[in-house]
Design a protein around this ligand. Sequence first.
Ligand SMILES: [Zn+2]
Length: 89
Amino acid sequence: MKSIKYITKSGLKQFKPVCTEEKFSTLSEENIGWCLACGTEANGVEPDARKYTCEECNKPKVYGLEELLMMGLVAFKNKKNNSLQISDL
Ligand SMILES: [Zn+2]
């Protein structure tokens, strides 16, 4: 997935995923997670996982995709109204 940079309420630069809804649900079923700190996909992450440690940057910022969706941290390409809400994580 591609990533876009966003700024949290506390001023941290983080990355959230951008993809189509189809791809998102496929990746979610394959237990792909996402690191908000460095914008990298992670394997073996349940959709509702929270705060797993990232193998790339060692920060506890890996979340399951369903969890990201609930937090409003997924940007869908094929939607007109991208939810660009920013959570402070
Ligand atoms: Zn990371």
